[in-house]
Design a protein around this ligand. Sequence first.
Ligand SMILES: [Ca+2]
Ligand SMILES: [Ca+2]
Length: 369
Amino acid sequence: MYQKVIFLMVFLVAPFLVAQENSKTTLRNLFHSNAYHMDMPYEEETRSERNVGILGGASLVKSLETHAFIQVFSVASQETMDQFKLRRGEISFKGVLTDSADFFVMFDPVKGLSENKTVSGTTIKQFKKDASILQDLGLTFKVLNNKLVIGQFKRPISLEALQSSGALELLERATVVQILGDKRDVGAMVQGEVKTFKLQYMIALFNGEGPNNADLNNQKDVSGMLTFKPWEEAQLYVSVYEGTQGAFNDAQTRYGVGGLWNKGPYVLKMEYLTAKDGSIEKDGWYILGAYSLSNLGVEFLKPVRLAVRYEEWDADTANDVEIHLWTFGGQYFLDEKGASKLAADIFYQDGKGQEKDDLGLMFGFQGKF
Ligand SMILES: [Ca+2]
Ligand SMILES: [Ca+2]
């Protein structure tokens, strides 16, 4: 047990030792990771007043950012109930405390807090394990040229999971990313970079029970993501999550590898993730390509981006059930930054084993400030 604690301490402290010290850099200018937005446009602009912070004498107006982000979808498919869906209604605040300390909080009032469960023939409604509208909450500090984040936020496992929901090329993330990568937890994380080697790292310790939950065991989970950015338009990553869950310390591991290439109108993205929960092994992958029509010289096509994704998801590698899914989508941006948009996706699911085939259509509207 003590050996593990010592290992974790070294693991967390090591990044601070290799970071290049530059005491003049503020937290906001420290480094810009494409890999962690926490669904807020934190780092888009840096105003000088914003670096002073409310504890440094700046006004509340200059120290506090308020954001709202809404998504309304309409889904119709052969195998699921056709419906309108309030997908996201995120309200977020980010405050600058000093030149080296920030806080953030994000709620989503439309998050589903309960689920239907069928127990011996009767369907009952019960609260989910994560029955709270709180998504992110925490403090960020600059410590020896690293960012130290403490609170509740996304586990650093998958590139697309950390990509802002508003910037996705299709309406939903790949299935494997939604299930294995896009998860929040309570803990502490160090983010930094080694510029000489074009590396960015995120190393975290979590309770391991997911968001809005107390720990159920004494173990802390370790999570790490290493990103190599050989050029501005390309990045490759590997990630690892090693931990346990529940009172009986059931296994909880995830491994990820993937890359993103984004140049001019082109986006190419792929990821593979594998996991173990208790004795069940799962895996999945996707490849996505997107092309923006902005450069074609046709005025009405300028705000349009097209995308296609192929993915596979296997929730239990011990049986023959799995899904193969094609998604084709188009997005029409309503503003230059692409914060507000209309989108439509067509998807075709090829179910293997007992899993059914499905064909569906999804429309979405997104607004953001
Ligand atoms: Ca734990
Ligand atoms: Ca299977």
